[in-house]
Write a protein that binds this ligand. Structure first.
Ligand code: XMP
Length: 509
């Protein structure tokens, strides 16, 4: 395996993902983990991630310097490279020539790290600090016009650094560079599969749980279904599932989840009809974060009430993915800004006194899907577009009412149905309707209307951290628009959202 030490931001996960694409198991660890502990794990290589800090600032995250003495190959990326230099001889400066974006990188030594790469390659830079000088122990491997030490190698130890980011798609040859490190330099075999992850996770859960009971919240989404499938494989009848119908689900969703449950997990299922409670707590509330917060609390209340009925429960399983973790700022390992409150992270276990199991915490969405297939879930479930925990409430802008939800639900089902009919469901990552709190004038028959508008949102993304709007065919948009206006009472206008993320987010609230 390879270990990645996480110094913050999103780079650690991206690196891990690229390493796994080389079929090498990769684990992310806290940046300050002791070198002795790393030695126990016996990885074949260590990657130090980038991060938002500056190495010369007080309190900047550091690694245990003894890890450079383990004899295990080390690759420092961006901030990680600066740490390597700070530890082994080099000077880091906040240079006037900050570099953000694409740069041309000239390779000076195409052995080891840059094997099979020649001349100039395009790389992605994102740094304010850079190495201004290195001691004699390092050999410069590559440079850009403003960065004399774009990549370096230690002359006697298997220690490397690069200022640019090989893990991002904007460094087209980044995969090859990481492969050179992981396979050639570290000597990994490249035979690891996601199925191995599944087996390891199942074994881990079985061992952890013993003969105790686990509760799992089901939402009908991919993540919770995959968690349930994994747990069911591990502990079978010791699993109890709870589905809270908060009245914010999509059309026919409760029935569909129950049907699927019956097909795949023949264990204890509790369905809670909690629409009343959620509507009551949302009454008169229009501020998005407050809506999320209230939905979160109501969810905890409902879940708690149901969970306490399950007598011998000890664990709570959640389908938290890594993007949820970093976007909530809930990652204990690193600094990250809170962008939106995700109600499915935190809260519940503390409230309930359960021990938490989050088997998907290290995975990206596409890996979860692959895992679902490995576990035998059907494609229709595995490829279902994600749906946020707060449900239609964050797509019903402003105050949420039953009437508005009904309108939104109908419009949404038309959007999804048309996307499926056009054969574009798999090609888009998320397609849905948003009900805008805007009224506009229209004319239907001979009558003037003053009704609401629906926005169609359809995006394409790999990891949900960045996304681009889908270039849907005009005639498909036309069909959606005609159907929504004709079939959904209360809507007289349909718009198409053409914003990418960032700066917009996928959801509207
Ligand atoms: P944004 O809107 O932040 O969404 O670009 C990124 C992805 O996350 C989903 N999302 C959520 N998922 N609980 C969830 O489980 C939430 O509170 C939540 N908010 C957004 C969103 O649908 C998209 O897939």
């Amino acid at each position: 395996r390879i270990v990645v030490l996480d110094f913050g931001s999103q780079t650690a996960q991206l690196i891990a993902r690229r390493v796994r694409e080389q079929n090498v198991y990769c684990q992310i660890l806290r940046h300050d983990i002791a070198a002795d502990r790393i030695a126990e794990l016996n990885p074949k290589g260590i990657i130090l991630s980038g991060g938002p800090s500056s190495v010369y600032v007080d309190g900047a995250p550091k690694c245990d310097p003894k890890l450079f003495e383990l004899g295990i190959p080390v690759l420092g990326i961006c901030y990680g490279m600066q740490l390597v230099c700070a530890a082994l001889g080099g000077k880091v400066d906040n240079t006037p020539s900050r570099e953000y974006g694409r740069a041309n990188c000239t390779i000076r030594n195409n052995e080891s790290l840059f094997r099979d790469l020649n001349g100039d390659i395009e790389v992605w830079m994102s740094h304010g600090d850079q190495i201004s000088s290195v001691s004699e122990v390092f050999e410069p491997l590559a440079q850009t016009s403003t960065c004399p030490y774009a990549a370096i190698a230690h002359r006697t130890l298997p220690i490397f650094g690069m200022q640019f980011h090989p893990e991002v798609t904007h460094t087209p040859q980044g995969g090859q560079i990481l492969k050179n490190f992981v396979i050639d330099i570290c000597g990994c075999e490249g035979t690891w599969q996601l199925g191995d992850f599944a087996q390891a996770a199942i074994d881990h859960v079985r061992q952890l749980v013993g003969d105790r009971r686990v509760i799992c919240g089901l939402s009908g989404g991919v993540d919770s279904s995959v968690v349930a499938a994994l747990l069911y494989k591990a502990i079978g009848p010791q699993l109890s599932c709870i589905l809270i119908d908060n009245g914010l689900l999509r059309k026919d969703e409760q029935a569909m989840v129950i049907r699927e449950f019956g097909d795949h997990f023949k264990t204890d299922l509790h369905v809670v009809d909690a629409e009343e409670q959620f509507m009551a707590t949302l009454e008169g509330i229009s501020e998005p974060q407050e809506k999320r917060r209230r939905i979160g609390y109501a969810f905890i209340d409902c879940f708690k009430a149901e969970a306490t009925k399950i007598k011998d429960a000890h664990f709570l399983a959640q389908g938290t993915l890594y993007p949820d973790v970093i976007e909530s700022g809930a990652d204990p390992d690193g600094p990250a800004a809170t962008i939106k409150l995700h109600h499915n992270v935190g809260g519940l276990p503390d409230e309930l006194g359960f021990e938490l199991i989050e088997p998907l915490r290290d995975l990206f969405k596409d890996e979860v899907r692959q895992l679902g297939l490995e576990l035998g879930l059907p494609e229709s479930l595995v490829w279902r577009h994600p749906f946020p925990g707060p449900g239609l409430a964050v797509r019903c802008l402003g105050e949420v009412t039953r009437e508005k939800l009904q309108v939104l639900r109908e419009a949404d089902s038309i959007v999804v149905e048309e996307i499926i009919n056009a054969g574009l469901y798999r090609e888009t990552s998320q397609s849905f309707a948003v009900l805008l709190p805007v009224q506009s004038v229209g004319v239907m028959g001979d009558a003037r209307t003053y009704d609401n508008a629906i926005a169609i949102r359809s995006v394409k993304t790999d990891d949900f951290m960045t996304a681009d709007w889908s270039r849907l065919p005009y005639d498909l948009l036309a069909r959606m628009s005609t159907r929504i206006i004709n079939e959904v009472a209360g809507i007289n206008r349909v718009c198409y959202d053409i914003s990418s993320k960032p700066p917009a987010t996928i959801e509207w609230e």
